[in-house]
Design a protein around this ligand. Structure first.
Ligand SMILES: NC(=O)C1=CN([C@@H]2O[C@H](COP(=O)(O)OP(=O)(O)OC[C@H]3O[C@@H](n4cnc5c(N)ncnc54)[C@H](OP(=O)(O)O)[C@@H]3O)[C@@H](O)[C@H]2O)C=CC1
Ligand SMILES: Nc1nc2c(ncn2[C@@H]2O[C@H](COP(=O)(O)O)[C@@H](O)[C@H]2O)c(=O)[nH]1
Length: 318
C-alpha cells in the first residue's frame, strides 16, 4: 500500500481564471448550512467553549462543542437556538448519552448537528447510537468519528451517519500510535484518500493539520471539511489562561484522552503541551481564508470544489 502525508504532497497549478483572490469563494455546505470556511475547531476542552461557539456561529463558521461538561449540553443547545445560532454538540456512547437524546426528543428540541466523538468509532456500540439518534432526532445532521478505514466508513454510512470523521492518532496531542501501535499517524492524508474512495457522504479530515495549505490538500484528497486542534488553540478567544515562560506567551493544549482531561491515568492516549499564544482568532481566520482563496486560484477555479480535481506529485525522497 502506498502511503504519504501532508508534507510529501505538492498540488499542481492550473491556469487561473480569477482577476483577484478576493473573487474566490471559500464557503462550504455541510448539511443544511453554508459556512465561511471548510474548517472547524476540534471539539476539545482547550479549543472550544460556549463563548467561542457563539462567536463562531454568529460569524457563520462551523463549530462542534466538546462533550466534557455533559450536564450543560441540553441548556447549551437551547441557549444557542434561542439566540438564533446553530447548535452543534458532541456525544459519547454511554447510557447517559441515550438519556440526553430522550430529553431532546421530549422537549422537541433538535440540535442542528451532533458529532459522536469516540476514539474508535468502528464499533457496534457506536452504530447502535447512530441508529438511535437517527430514529429519535431525524432532523439532526449526524457526524460520526473517528475512523481510519474504508470498511468503517461504509458501515457508518449504511447505519445512518450523515458524515464521517477520519483520523486515528494523527493529532498533535495524540500518543495512540506509541501506546497501541495503531492509527493513521504519518499517513493521514493517504488514509483520507482511501476512505474518500468509498464515501458517498461528506468526510471530515481530523488531525495533523500543521499549515494552511494542508486544508487545500485535505480537500484534494476527499475531505469536505477539516477539524483542527492545535492550530486553533492558543488564541485570545480559545479557553485557558495565558502562561508566560522565558518571556514567551503560551496556552495549554491537552488531548481529550490525556490524564489531564480524564483526571486519572487509565487508557491515556493523549498528552498535554503548550502552544504558542497567537492573539486574536479573527487574524488567523482571515489568513486561512486568504491562503485558501490563493489555493483556489492556483487550482484554476473559483470555488473550494475546484481543489478536488487538481493533479499532484508525491515527493519520493521526502
Ligand atoms: N482521534 C483520535 O485518534 C483519538 C481521539 N481521542 C479522543 O479522546 C476522547 C476520549 O475518547 P475515548 O477513548 O473514546 O473515551 P470514551 O470514554 O469516550 O470511550 C468510548 C467508549 O468506548 C469503549 N471502548 C472500547 N474500546 C475502545 C477503544 N479501543 N478506545 C476507546 N474506547 C473504547 C469505552 O469503554 P472503556 O473505556 O471501558 O474501554 C467507552 O465506553 C474523545 O474525545 C476522543 O475523540 C482519543 C483517542 C484517539
Ligand atoms: N489520540 C488522541 N487524539 C486526540 C486526543 N485528543 C484529541 N485528539 C484528536 O486530535 C485532533 C486534533 O489534532 P491537531 O493535530 O489539529 O491538534 C482532535 O480533533 C482529535 O481527533 C487524544 O487525547 N488522543
Amino acid at each position: 500500500m502506498k502511503t504519504f502525508d501532508y508534507d510529501a504532497i505538492r498540488l499542481l497549478p492550473k491556469k487561473s481564471i480569477l482577476k483577484s483572490r478576493r473573487d474566490a469563494d471559500t464557503t462550504v455546505k455541510l448539511g443544511n448550512h453554508t459556512f465561511n470556511l471548510p474548517v472547524m475547531p476540534a471539539n476539545m476542552e482547550t479549543v472550544i467553549d460556549q463563548s467561542l461557539a457563539e462567536w463562531l456561529s454568529s460569524r457563520d463558521y462551523f463549530y462542534v462543542m466538546h462533550r466534557f461538561n455533559p450536564q450543560s449540553r441540553f441548556d447549551f443547545v437551547r441557549s444557542m437556538q434561542e439566540k438564533g445560532l446553530i447548535a452543534s454538540i458532541s456525544l459519547g456512547i454511554t447510557d447517559d448519552e441515550y438519556d440526553l437524546i430522550d430529553r431532546f426528543e421530549s422537549a422537541e428540541i433538535s440540535p442542528e448537528y451532533i458529532t459522536i466523538d469516540v476514539a474508535h468509532a468502528h464499533s457496534d456500540y457506536v452504530f447502535k447510537m447512530v441508529a438511535y439518534i437517527k430514529k429519535k432526532l431525524p432532523n439532526t445532521f449526524l457526524i460520526v468519528g473517528n475512523m481510519g478505514t474504508p470498511e468503517a466508513i461504509v458501515e457508518a454510512e449504511a447505519t445512518g451517519a450523515d458524515a464521517t470523521k477520519v483520523g486515528i492518532g494523527p493529532g498533535k496531542a495524540c500518543i495512540t500510535k506509541d501506546k497501541t501501535g495503531f492509527g493513521t499517524n504519518g499517513w493521514q492524508l493517504a488514509a483520507l484518500a482511501q476512505c474518500a474512495q468509498v464515501a458517498t457522504k461528506p468526510i471530515i479530515a481530523d488531525g495533523g493539520i500543521r499549515h494552511h495549505g494542508d486544508i487545500a490538500k485535505s480537500i484534494r484528497f476527499g475531505a469536505t471539511m477539516v477539524m483542527i486542534g492545535s492550530m486553533f488553540a492558543g488564541h485570545d478567544e480559545t479557553p485557558g489562561d495565558l502562561i508566560q515562560e522565558n518571556g514567551k506567551k503560551y496556552k495549554a493544549y491537552y488531548g481529550s484522552a490525556s490524564a489531564q482531561q480524564k483526571g486519572n491515568d487509565h487508557n491515556v492516549e493523549g498528552r498535554s503541551l503548550l502552544v504558542d499564544y497567537k492573539g486574536p482568532l479573527e487574524n488567523t481566520l482571515r489568513a486561512m481564508k486568504e491562503d485558501l482563496a490563493s489555493a483556489i486560484s492556483y487550482a484554476g477555479g473559483s470555488t473550494v470544489s475546484s481543489l478536488k480535481t487538481v493533479d499532484y506529485v508525491v515527493l519520493t525522497d521526502y
